[in-house]
Write a new protein. Structure first.
Length: 92
């Protein structure tokens, strides 16, 4: 059975998570929107709802949302933040 993976970011760049919870997947989608808005508008307020929060993957590991503007700016300069419109992929 194919797994539905969702794009996420850590301090080093893009990672793909197997997140079984639809609530968590929706939260990640909202996070992508907030990061995109931050990068477009430069307003760190968009990141506020995600500070100190994390999502749990299928293996039970917690992954914190990256909300530090310096890290997000560095990732953006590296080209590591992209594909906000395509956040899912399928894996077997």
């Amino acid at each position: 059975m194919a797994r539905r993976l969702i794009r996420f970011y850590d301090e080093l760049g893009e990672i793909w998570l197997d997140v079984p919870s639809s609530v968590a997947r929706s939260r990640i989608g909202s996070y992508h929107n907030a990061v995109d808005a931050y990068l477009t508008e430069g307003d760190v307020g968009f990141l506020g709802p995600f500070r100190g929060k994390a999502v749990r993957d299928a293996q039970g590991k917690l992954h914190p949302f990256v909300t530090n503007p310096r890290i997000l700016d560095r990732l953006a300069r590296m080209g590591a933040l992209f594909g906000f419109e395509d956040i899912y992929k399928y894996s077997s």
